[in-house]
Ligand binder design. Structure first.
Ligand code: FES
Ligand code: FES
Length: 168
C-alpha cells in the first residue's frame, strides 16, 4: 500500500487539509477530494486543456501536476470566477458571443483566458488566437471564443481607464 501524505492546498482562497497518495494528480484531488468538479477531465495526458486551472496565476494543466506539487501555491478553479446567477465578465462574454456549445471545454478556456488576460490585458486578436490554440474545442470553431476574450479585454480596458480618470 502506498503511504499517504498530509498536504494543505489553497484553492480559491480556502485551505484544505488532504490526505493524498503522491501519485494522485491535482485534477483528481480537486474533483474527488476537494469536491470542485467544474474542472473537467478530458484526455488526462496534457493535450486537450479541459483541465486548465491557475496555479500562482499561471494556466496549468491539472492532469499533469501531482497534488503534492501544489502545496504552498495559490490554486484557482473555474468555481472562483462566478456563479450561474452571477457570472463574471469573461463568463458573460462567452455567453453573449456564443463561445460555447456543449460546454465541456469551457472551464479550461475560461481559466486559460483569465490567466492570459491578467498577463496581457490588451492583447491583439492574433495573440488571443495563439493562446487559445493550446486548448481543444470540438464544437465552436474557436472564432466565438476569440470574440469573447477580445470583448472582455476591451471592456476591462475601458473600465480601468474610467477608474484611472476617477482618481485623477
Ligand atoms: S485532461 Fe488535462 S490536458 Fe486533457
Ligand atoms: S463547446 Fe463543445 S468542446 Fe468546446
Amino acid at each position: 500500500m502506498t503511504d499517504k501524505q498530509l498536504i494543505v492546498l489553497t484553492v480559491n482562497g480556502e485551505e484544505h487539509e488532504l490526505l493524498v497518495e503522491p501519485r494522485w494528480t491535482l485534477l483528481d484531488v480537486l474533483r474527488h477530494h476537494v469536491g470542485l468538479t467544474g474542472t473537467h477531465v478530458g484526455c488526462e495526458h496534457g493535450v486537450c486543456g479541459a483541465c486548465t486551472i491557475l496555479v500562482d496565476g499561471e494556466p496549468v494543466r491539472a492532469c499533469l501536476m501531482y497534488a503534492v506539487q501544489a502545496e504552498g501555491c495559490a490554486i484557482r478553479t473555474v468555481e472562483d470566477l462566478g456563479t450561474p446567477e452571477e457570472p463574471n465578465d469573461l463568463q458573460q462574454a462567452f455567453s453573449e458571443h456564443h463561445g460555447l456549445q456543449c460546454g465541456f471545454c469551457t472551464p479550461g478556456f475560461l481559466m486559460l483566458a483569465e490567466g492570459f488576460l491578467a498577463q496581457e490585458p490588451s492583447p491583439t486578436r492574433e495573440q488571443i488566437r495563439e493562446t487559445v490554440s493550446s486548448n481543444l474545442c470540438r464544437c465552436t470553431g474557436y472564432q466565438t471564443i476569440v470574440d469573447a476574450i477580445e470583448a472582455t479585454a476591451a471592456q476591462r480596458s475601458t473600465e480601468s481607464g474610467r477608474k484611472e480618470d476617477a482618481v485623477r
